[in-house]
Design a binder for this molecule. Structure first.
Ligand SMILES: Cc1ncc(COP(=O)(O)O)c(C=O)c1O
Length: 421
């Protein structure tokens, strides 16, 4: 009988099975990977997350020295001496944590300074911080809308937006970047709702392509909708001095809200939203994931703040990132690999077969390359790939090593993952 490949999705909600039974059953999902050691979620690093990582094997506990492509630390700033020093200085002055939510004692001067810096970065009036990009999206979408409203979301927006939208608002998911369909649903919805809002990622996190922001803004203006952009992967990467996707397209004044995170090019952890003064003031009082959660730790605030300064003070990081991005994409294309429509450092190396993706990831790891396989349900069925994240820290020889090893594995095992094979 043909082997049935189970995905995590099948274990989220098994009818008639209580939690204990589901948990037991989940072990079956994990066991299917054991025969070729390909369980994709068990790696642990014993070093900083960067272009070189020491990774402990989930199965053998062997330790591999790897060249790594798993990090969103695009500019390498999590390791920058000035960023680390800023974090240490903040700990000396403010201690390790605030131990209070922002409205009840947890708001300190460096929170405000960073908010002002982030608002300027995105060409907005004000900003407010959250403990993660995830909780920023929850705070926005859970609390701003209800069933009087409708949100139009590109089907590839981040999971945190989907989770935020699990309130009782009306949601229309539209085909990725399909402007004709977006116009159709806007037209149909006009006059029926209190608010119409379009939400997109500026840079889509699995495919690395861009939202069509000028077209989206045209449509929003035509039909009276708001535009919200999650720019997690655009800030520090696109636009002048890393100002992000809005600057890249020149639409800062045409977007109502920007959502961001410190966990990518800002090299730390935390999130924010930026928009008009009144909108942000409103969210400061009604965004529950901000009000009922501790404020961002001082070390994190200081590190993110220094990282944002470095976008313009040390432009060589963004320059290196793009040099590496172009080098890798050109090389993979010359080798005949399919890297989708990415226009950014996120490079999807399409394999389109779950088992091949997982076994290639294993072989790469055993040969000193650490790269994350993305399989269903993280991506669509038959859309499995490696999400190769290029950073400013990589050297050209790191990139060559990856390409050469991939070609060797591809030839040796007949993976057939290149148009040239
Ligand atoms: C587009 C997008 N939005 C939001 C997030 C969540 O950010 P954080 O890691 O800060 O929770 C991510 C993280 O992967 C992301 O890619």
């Amino acid at each position: 009988m043909e082997k049935q490949f189970m995905s995590m999705r099948e274990f989220i909600d098994i009818p008639d099975m209580d939690t204990h039974a589901s948990v037991e059953n989940f072990e079956r999902f994990k066991e299917q990977f054991n025969h070729n050691k390909t369980y994709p979620y068990g790696f642990m690093a014993q070093s900083a997350v960067g272009n070189k990582m020491t990774v402990k094997d989930y199965y053998t506990h062997e330790v591999f020295e790897t060249t790594s492509f798993v990090s969103n630390n695009y500019l390498g700033l999590s390791q920058h001496p000035k960023v680390k020093q800023a974090a240490k200085d903040a700990i000396d002055k403010y201690g390790a944590g605030t131990c209070a939510a922002p409205p009840i004692g947890g708001y300190i001067d460096i929170h405000k300074e960073l908010e002002e810096k982030l608002a300027r970065l995105h060409g907005q009036e004000k900003a407010i911080l959250f403990t993660s990009g995830y909780s920023a999206n929850i705070g926005v979408f859970q609390n701003m809308f209800n069933k009087a409203d409708i949100v139009f979301a590109d089907m590839y927006v981040h999971a945190s937006i989907y989770d935020g939208l699990r309130n009782n608002t009306n949601v229309k998911i539209y085909k990725h970047n399909d402007m004709n369909y977006l116009e159709l649903v806007l037209k149909r919805s006009q006059g029926k709702y209190r608010n119409m809002t379009i939400v997109v990622d500026g840079v889509f996190s699995q495919d690395g392509d861009l939202a069509k922001l000028p077209d989206i803004c045209d449509l929003a203006e035509k039909y009276g909708a708001m535009v919200f952009v999650d720019d997690a992967h655009g800030a520090g990467v696109l636009g002048k001095d890393g100002k992000g996707t809005l600057d890249h397209f020149g639409v800062e004044n045409r977007v109502d809200l920007v959502i961001g995170t410190f966990s990518k090019s800002m090299g730390t952890a935390g999130g924010y939203i930026a928009g008009s003064e009144k909108l942000i003031e409103y969210m400061r009082h009604f965004s529950r994931s901000n009000i009922f959660s501790v404020s961002v730790a001082p070390a994190v605030v200081a590190a993110a703040s220094k990282a944002v300064d470095l976008f313009s003070e040390e432009p060589e990081h963004i320059k290196n990132l793009w040099k590496n991005t172009h080098y890798l994409k050109t090389k993979l294309a010359d080798m005949g690999y399919d890297t989708g429509h990415s226009e950014t450092p996120i490079t999807p190396l399409m394999i389109r077969d779950d088992e091949k993706t997982l076994s290639t990831a294993r072989k790469l790891l055993e040969n000193g390359i650490y790269v994350v396989p993305a399989i269903y349900p993280a991506v669509k069925i038959n859309d499995s790939r490696f999400r190769v994240s290029v950073t400013a820290q990589h050297t050209l020889s790191d990139l060559d090593k990856f390409c050469n090893l991939l070609a060797k594995i591809n030839n040796e095992y007949g993976l057939g993952i290149s148009r040239n094979t």
